[in-house]
Design a binder for this molecule. Structure first.
Ligand code: MN
Length: 256
């Protein structure tokens, strides 16, 4: 590992492009300031899904927008930061653009990875431990290669507004509702999933996005579940320096 680059960072759910946010560009700029603040000591950056509120890339065309964010990711990557971008449930349709343009690794499934001697389970979190059948059906449909090919064949003039409307609907119906607050250890699907998984798996840290809540919970013998919050209202992230895993809020005054 390059000298000075000793920290691993995790963030998720910026939902860039979401138009119910008052100043979308301000949100993007804030995210970029955070990325700027970590670029000197980050060895890896894990973006655990739904960084875009809607993303569908075609063979020769990608969605408009996000230039600051993409530019900053490119800068970090060029500096030697290893970037992993997980697909969420809003930005499933990332293909080879971000790997080619930014050098990011696009991750489509939950990932178990050893980082500085500790075993991590990383996932966006949609579908894990959630018994909702409709959600599972839609998820399979969205991830189906044939469906994706058919969708690609439709002029984006139709599909982009459709995708944005779908995304806006599924997000704004949750904003501020009970679904946006912690349901408790016994009802929170991701906590239930981690507790079950921890029985047979020697993972130390479970890190998820998707829920837009900040949670740092010890489940059993030092095993922890961290849910990352978001970059819509929490502006939160996790960092790991080899010994300590911390969930933090990005403070602009320099002492994070
Ligand atoms: Mn999500």
């Amino acid at each position: 590992m390059e000298e000075g680059r000793k920290k691993i960072y995790f963030a998720s759910d910026a939902h860039l492009g979401l138009d119910v946010i008052e100043n979308p560009l301000d949100s993007e700029r804030r995210l970029v300031r955070w990325l700027d603040s970590i670029k000197k000591d980050a060895s890896s950056l894990f973006l655990l899904g739904d960084m875009f509120d809607y993303w569908f890339e075609y063979k020769y065309v990608v969605p408009k927008g996000f230039t600051r964010f993409l530019g900053k990711l490119g800068e970090l990557s060029d500096m030697g930061v290893k970037i992993y971008i997980f697909i969420g449930n809003h930005d499933i349709w990332m293909f080879d653009y971000l790997p080619k343009e930014i050098g990011a690794v696009v991750v489509r499934e939950p990932m178990t990875i050893e980082l500085m001697g500790k075993k991590f389970f990383l996932a966006h979190g949609d579908g894990l431990g959630d018994p909702n059948k409709m959600f599972r059906f839609i998820r399979r449909f969205f991830r189906n290669k044939l469906c994706q090919r058919l969708y690609k064949g439709i002029n984006p003039w139709f599909t982009v507004p459709l995708g944005q409307t779908w995304s806006r609907h599924s997000r704004s119906s949750k904003l501020g509702s009970e679904e946006e607050s912690y349901l408790g250890e016994d009802r929170e699907y991701l906590v239930k999933f981690a507790k079950e998984d921890a029985k047979t798996n020697n993972v130390e840290y479970y890190i998820f996005g998707h829920r837009h809540i900040m949670l740092d919970l010890e489940i059993t013998d030092k095993k922890r579940v961290v849910i990352l919050g978001d970059w819509i209202t929490n502006f939160s992230y996790a960092s790991f320096d080899g010994s300590e895993l911390r969930l933090s809020v990005f403070e602009e005054n320099g002492n994070q």
